[in-house]
Design a protein around this ligand. Structure first.
Ligand code: XLS
Ligand code: NI
Ligand code: NI
Length: 445
């Protein structure tokens, strides 16, 4: 990737150059300690393992505002009163940041990159104008689009749902946005297109016909797929599960729920899952649980990497720095052959009090380093520890004889019951969880 420090007319992050790799002993906050994009681990460069992506909405739109107060973070490029000029300046700043960080991908919602207009036509025109500029930026920098999506949750028309809104007229507006966002994703060569059901859920069954709403969602996604395929979209469509927030009961609760939904509506050939750590934990799972669930169904699409606060359970979208989480995630990724045409999107925001421009860099660097370190440790565990052998050995009784016949579906219930009589009481076998945990700790170094 060529690095141009000044894209457009102005440098938006002055004093910060291309982030170098300096190794674990470096004390430079603006350098990588573990993420060395060219380093080969388990037969692949780090760059290819992760396919890191920057989330446009958090990094270039989120200014730290919360329910208790306005924004705290100044975006120096956000000076123009003209919405479209401001969007262009933001695009300049975004590509400068992505290029300096040395990340290969980005992700956006339609409304992150271009402002909503006064009509459907004006909104589409705004989007297309910015998409043309983004295309040039991509060509100039080598940065690619990991996925595009439509924000069908912020505007007040979506208060009672987007695709699952009880008012059909609202559904048509979702279609207008999704159509334009799929067009944008195709135009920019996006690898994936995401659906996160921000308002697809409900608060009270007293006023909600859940079956009808979910049927509408299924039908809508079939039509979106048909449109995308007819217009040349070759990437994966992805659904991003989340159990709650903003609604009480979100329809795309977790990986398992979405897998059932995809199969029910015949979407499983075109759709996969985009899994986010903080959403999995909100659903009472670990990240690796939901990722493994998707892998087992052949439906792992991509990842939104972040972490929640273990003490409050909310969707705090922190940058993922927890080494246990990173290592356990990378174990699952390596054991299952990688993330394919997905990537790792930083759906994370720096804290409201992290107000320096360099904090945006530090947040990403720190998380990239945690994941790179997790990759190295996970690979070390898989290659050098007894853990994989121990895990395999637990299932050895299914490798031959009657156990193997059972796996091949060759034994009926009566035959199985007869075997219980013949074989007698099984010997107590320890699960050895503490030993597995001991090995994990030994390798986190
Ligand atoms: C919100 C979601 C959102 C999706 C994209 O919780 O994570 O950011 O990733 O719409
Ligand atoms: Ni989220
Ligand atoms: Ni997300």
């Amino acid at each position: 990737m060529s690095v141009k420090l000044t894209i457009g007319n102005k440098e938006h992050f002055p004093g910060i150059g291309k982030i170098p790799f300096e190794g674990p002993d470096s004390s430079n906050p603006l350098a990588f300690k573990y993420y060395d994009e060219k380093k080969v681990v388990a037969g692949k460069t780090m760059k290819d393992h992760f396919r890191f992506a920057i989330a446009y909405w958090h990094s270039f739109c989120g200014n730290g505002s919360d329910p208790f107060g306005p924004g705290t973070i100044d975006f120096p490029w956000n000076e123009s009163d003209d919405d479209m000029q401001a969007a262009k300046d933001k695009l300049d700043a975004a590509f400068e940041f992505i290029t300096k960080l040395g990340v290969g991908f980005y992700c956006f919602h339609d409304r992150d990159i271009a402002p909503e207009g006064d009509s459907v036509a004006e909104s589409v025109k705004n989007l297309n104008e910015i998409v043309a500029l983004a295309k040039a930026k991509q060509a100039e920098s080598g940065v690619e689009l990991l996925w595009g999506t439509a924000n069908v949750f912020s505007h007040k028309r979506y208060t009672n749902g987007a695709t699952t809104n009880p008012d059909f007229q609202v559904v048509t507006h979702v279609a207008a946005q999704v159509k334009a966002a799929i067009d944008a994703t195709i135009e920019l060569g996006g690898s994936n297109y995401v659906f996160w059901g921000g308002r697809e859920g409900y608060y009270s069954l007293l006023n909600t016909n859940m079956k009808r709403e979910i049927d509408h969602l299924g039908t809508f996604l079939q039509k979106a797929r048909d449109y995308g395929r007819a217009n040349g979209f070759k990437g994966n469509f992805l659904i991003e599960p989340k159990p709650m927030e903003p609604t009480k009961h979100q329809y795309d609760f977790d990986s398992a729920t979405v897998i059932g939904f995809l199969n029910k509506f015949g979407l499983e050939k075109d759709f996969k899952l985009n899994i986010e750590n903080n959403h999995a934990t909100l659903a009472g799972h670990t990240f690796e649980h939901d990722v493994q669930t998707a892998f087992d169904a052949g439906l792992l699409g991509s990842l939104d990497v972040n972490q929640g606060d273990p003490h409050n359970g909310w969707d705090t979208d922190e940058f993922m720095t927890n080494m246990y989480d990173a290592t356990k995630l990378m174990l699952v990724i390596l054991e299952n052959g990688g993330i394919g045409q997905g990537g790792m999107n930083f759906d994370a925001k720096r804290r409201r009090s992290s107000t320096d421009a360099q904090d945006l860099f530090i947040a990403h660097i720190s998380s990239m380093d945690a994941l790179a370190r997790g990759l190295i440790i996970a690979n070390d565990i898989l290659e050098n520890s007894d853990l994989p052998k121990m895990k395999k050995a637990r299932y050895a009784s299914f490798n031959s004889g009657d156990g193997s016949k059972f796996e091949k579906s060759e034994l009926g219930l009566s035959e199985l019951a007869d075997l219980a009589v013949e074989l007698g009481e099984p010997k107590q076998l320890s699960g050895k969880q503490e030993l597995y945990e001991m090995i994990l700790n030994q390798y986190i170094r």
